[in-house]
Write a protein that binds this ligand. Structure first.
Ligand SMILES: C[S@@+](CC[C@H](N)C(=O)[O-])C[C@H]1O[C@@H](n2cnc3c(N)ncnc32)[C@H](O)[C@@H]1O
Length: 291
């Protein structure tokens, strides 16, 4: 469902020096909708992002910018959104930080940004860009459902298409976010707009015809045809699910941004395109304050 062609795929921070690991060849997969728990989601998605990281950075790195902060394929930036608030002098955690582009931007704005990601290979790319740009984002290998930080460590936690749609135990991830935030802290994240789950993941006009129930929360699953193992998972929650979850975890929802597709933006990214983007939102960005 995310920004990746289907059937295309692929810890300790001291072991993250850039290297030249060979890229795992693309694997044949079949797509299903079925229940997958947290352990299986993590077991699939970590290695998947390891396999896919080189291709992801090669395809999207220029658009993201080494020290750029976009909230999604529409190219809507944090400089335009201002949803994090003033980050100057703030302790900031990016969950699902990938190669750290967003956190690097936060650092250019005077924030002390740190990254966390499930994929070792993504973090190796982060280290590579740290070295090339001179803007270093200290990062750690980990998962959104078990943040390796003390209570009350951060003023801001954010995720730009990071971990949240990849975890099964989303209530655990949001509760752990609340735990590491200081009282009054800010939480902002972007995800595939929940209404997108009604449509096939197709950037053409065919992708504008609803074919699945918005209320069907059954995860999107790719299964490796050769091993029969789950190789990639995404989880769907409705807008109402998100509002209930945030409110029930002690957050006050302040923003729900649905960036419009810019008029002259002709980039195609997975199922995102101008053809669909002119009619229906592709990205939802939530902003909330911890009480
Ligand atoms: C679409 S990328 C987004 C990364 C970055 N924000 C960007 O815009 O390029 C999603 C990232 O989430 C990470 N991820 C997936 N599941 C995760 C989890 N459970 N905990 C932390 N990160 C996770 C992936 O490894 C990947 O780097």
């Amino acid at each position: 469902m995310l920004s990746r062609p289907p059937a295309v795929y692929g810890r300790g921070v001291n072991d993250l020096a850039p290297d030249s690991r060979t890229h795992t060849p693309h694997k044949p997969v079949r797509v299903e909708r079925r229940r997958v728990d947290e352990a299986e989601s993590r077991k699939a998605n970590g290695p998947d992002w390891d396999r896919y990281a080189d291709e992801y950075q090669a395809s999207h790195g220029e658009f993201l910018g080494d020290a750029g902060f976009v909230w999604g394929p529409e190219g809507f930036t944090e400089a335009e959104a201002g949803i994090l608030g003033d980050v100057t002098g703030r302790d900031v955690l990016e969950v699902g930080s990938g190669a750290g582009q967003c956190s690097r931007w936060v650092r250019t704005q005077g924030g002390r940004a740190y990254g966390l990601d499930l994929s070792r290979r993504q973090l190796q790319h982060s280290r590579r860009i740290d070295e090339a740009s001179g803007i270093v984002v200290p990062s750690v290998l980990g998962t959104a459902t078990d943040l390796p930080f003390a209570d009350d460590s951060f003023d801001v936690v954010f995720s730009s298409f990071g971990a949240l749609q990849f975890v099964s135990d989303i209530d655990v991830a949001v509760a752990d976010t609340a735990r590491v935030l200081r009282p009054g802290g800010r939480f902002a994240f972007s995800i595939t707009h929940p209404t997108r789950w009604m449509f096939p993941d197709d950037p053409s006009e065919a992708g504008l015809v609803a074919s699945q129930s918005y209320w069907d929360r059954t995860p999107y699953v790719e299964v490796d045809d050769t091993t029969g193992e789950v190789s990639y998972v995404e989880h769907h929650r409705t807008l109402g699910d998100w509002v209930s979850l945030l409110a029930g975890t002690g957050f006050v929802l302040t923003d729900l941004l649905e960036p419009e597709w810019p008029e002259h933006h002709d980039r195609i990214w997975g199922g995102w395109s101008g053809v669909r983007g002119r009619f229906t939102p592709g990205t939802a960005i939530f902003g909330a304050n911890l009480r």
